[in-house]
Every structure is written in C-alpha cells, then in structure tokens.
Ligand binder design. Sequence first.
Ligand code: FAD
Length: 428
Amino acid sequence: MSERPLSILISGAGVAGTSLALMLARQPGFKMQPIITLIERSPVPRTTGQSIDIRGPAVDVIRKLGWEQDIKARHTTETGLAFLNGKGQTVAYLPATGDVKAQSATSEYEILRGELTGLLLDGVEKSKKEGAQIQVVYDETIQSMEDRADGTGVDVQFARGKLQDQRYDVVVGADGIGSPTRSFIFGKDDKREHVRPSGMYISFFSVQRISEDDQLWHWATFPPGLSIHLRPHRNNKTMGVYLTITNAKKERNTELEDIVRADVATQKKYFRQRFQKSGCTWQMERFLDGLDASEDFYMTHWCQVRTPKWTKGHCVTLGDAAFATMGVGTSLAMTGAYCIAGELSKITSPEEVPQALQTYEDLYKPFVAKHNMDFALFPQLANPQTAWGNWIFHSIVWLLALLRVQKLAVWLGGGDDSQGWKLPEYGW
Ligand SMILES: Cc1cc2nc3c(=O)[nH]c(=O)nc-3n(C[C@H](O)[C@H](O)[C@H](O)COP(=O)(O)OP(=O)(O)OC[C@H]3O[C@@H](n4cnc5c(N)ncnc54)[C@H](O)[C@@H]3O)c2cc1C
C-alpha cells in the first residue's frame, strides 16, 4: 500500500453516500489508504422512508459484499401487488416472481429505506472499529469548494463549523436530486433541464396496521391522476402509505412546487384537501388520519436526473445527484458506489484520481442510459386523469396479469435486465 493516503469527502449520507463510504472502507486491495469523511446536512441520521428494492447488477453487488442475507432478513414480507379501483375493489394481481433475475414490482429484496440506511450506517461504524479511517459528520454541508487548477486536490470550506476547511483528493456529491455539490462542480453547466420533472408528486408515511391488512401491496388509482399505495412492513405493526398526485404531462406544477418547498404541516394539509374531495372511498378516513398523525412524513417531486457529465477533475457525482431514476434509484446508487470504490482502489497516487473517476463514468453511463425509456411511459400511463383512462389502465393490467405477461411485472418493478452490461470485478 502507498504511504500517501487518499482523502475522500462524500456529501450526503443517503443510500449512495453511505454505500460508497462503506465500500471504500472495505474494498479489498486498495493501493492507497483511504481516509473517508461523510457529511450529512441533517443533524441526525435520516433513517426513514418506505419500500425500496435491489435489482439488476445491484443484486450481484450485495452478494459480492456479503450483504445479501442481511438485506433478505429485513424483507418487508410483501408477496405481490394488487391493483384496486377507487372503491378498494381488486381489478388485477401480480405476485412476486421468486426469480431474482426477473423480479416483479415486489422485489425479492424489498426493504424499507430506513432499514437499509441503518444497516449501511451500522456497517460504517463496524468498519471504523475494525480500523478503517472513516468519520460521519452530521449537521454539516459544503459552503464552497474549488478544484485546484494545478491538479493537487479540492479546497473545501464548510458551512457549519463542524469540520475545519481543508483540501481533499476526491469530493463526491451524493446529496440527492437537488445536489448542491453538483452545482459547485459544474457551475453554470448544472442546468435545470438536467433535472427532468416526472409530474408525479409523492408523499410517504406510516400508519398503524389493522386486522384487514395483508402482505400485499395495494395500489388504488382514481381520477384526476391520484393514487394511494398501502404496503406491508416487516414489524407487523405498521404499514407504509404513499399518496401520489400526477400531472397530465411531465412538467412542474407551480402549486405543488410551492408545496414541496413548504413545511411538513402545510404539505400534510395540502394532501388531505386533495384526497378528501377525490371521491375515493377506500379507507380514506384511515389514510387521512394516519397522514395527520405520521411522524415520518416525507414528500418529493419525483424527477429524473440526466446530467451530461458526472466527473470533473477530482470531483464526481453519484446516486440521485447524478442519475436519479424512478423505481431503480437505490440499485443504481449502490452499483455506482461499487464502481467508484473499485476504480479508486487501483490508483497509486492522487494525480490518477481524474482518470479513475472518468473510467467510472465511461463504464457505468451506458448502463444507466438503458433506463431512460421506462421514464418516458411512467407515471402518466399508470395514473390517468379521467375515469375512462383509469378504466383503460385497469383493463390493460387485468389482461396482462391474466395472460401472466412477465414483462409487465418486471417493467413495473423498474426493469431488471442488465442488457449485456457487465459488472466490473474489483477483487471482492
Ligand atoms: C428521508 C428520505 C426518505 C426517502 N424515502 C423514499 C421512499 O420511501 N421510497 C423511495 O423509493 N425513495 C425514497 N427516498 C429516495 C431514495 O432513498 C433515493 O432515490 C435512492 O436511494 C438514491 O439515494 P441517494 O443517496 O442518491 O439520495 P437521497 O436518498 O436523496 O440522499 C441524499 C442525502 O443527502 C443529504 N443532503 C442533501 N443536501 C445536502 C448537503 N447540502 N450537504 C450534505 N448532505 C446533504 C440528504 O439529507 C440525504 O440524506 C427517500 C429519500 C430520503 C432522503
């Protein structure tokens, strides 16, 4: 191992940032000693969130890293997806496939986001105890940064005084769709059009489980573009609820953009008003009471991020900051983290950082690009604006479920096929 360590700053302790920190700490055969600093804007770990899943090459990643059983042990216990109308009547049903190579909407690795983040943070703590040089700092953000023109690293100034300003060999922006780090790296080239709106605004929260609840994901759609999702939790005490509002077009909705930026009380009030008068009769009172009482409420506009570049000099973006993709964001983030850790493990001096990061971008971008098409159809097709559109959507899923068209199940799950892309080997 080289005497000179490699200092790495990661901004954002979500799935992307925490996965990367952990993979850097455990990557076998690292030629330089990585010194990892993971910063998070929130003052406490953000270990909330509903179901997310692991698909495609990310399944191989968790296997190589030895996490498969840990993740499986936390499976939400969901067994399939039932489509409902606004009265709560089932119109179609798609079971989990049991096939990790062709997972349906219900994954074989369905896990709560909070549990996955918690698992990764526990792994980081364990690695630290085993001697990895890694620190996690909450309530800290980058105030400004500059990649030195002479290629000797990135000078970073911090905003909240938890860390001293210093120079890093690598800076990673893993701070989500609106990534401030991405803007620091690419400046005026970080354009609004790279964050493509889906037109779907979604709120997540938990409600108490009741005796009628089962292990299915129940998804009710009703006009105009509204959906309620109810999904089981492993604890058998609570259930996850998502309320979604979808525009007729993939564009930003001025009213809802204001709500995304508002406080949680205003967001909850808005969702209550929209759903209360919707005409849907399926357990509405329960969901709205649960919405008011929830302590883990989270709201977002689901966007796709497609930036022309992920890398510049000693800086790089990862996860939603670089390539947010509906349905597979977590899997893409974990696979990207695996590639960055692997490429950095090969270098013997900091001068090689830009090339290593560029190699990550070159090898991983073609795979991420394969997911652009799914976004073109979703979510407008699955969240119709009219009763007639809803009838057509339900008729299609009813027919495809009846004919057991596997592709529908896999597509709804975000797609599984690696389409010839091969996960690189890094000695795990
Ligand atoms: C609280 C929360 C709940 C979620 N719940 C769901 C869910 O139920 N279902 C689902 O499909 N997806 C959910 N997501 C999104 C999902 O986790 C991501 O799409 C996916 O896992 C990729 O993760 P990421 O780490 O790239 O981005 P994110 O999960 O968005 O993580 C980014 C992290 O960066 C932090 N951050 C932001 N700005 C800064 C800054 N300036 N400095 C330092 N840190 C910063 C954020 O606080 C966050 O912890 C949730 C995200 C969050 C943050």
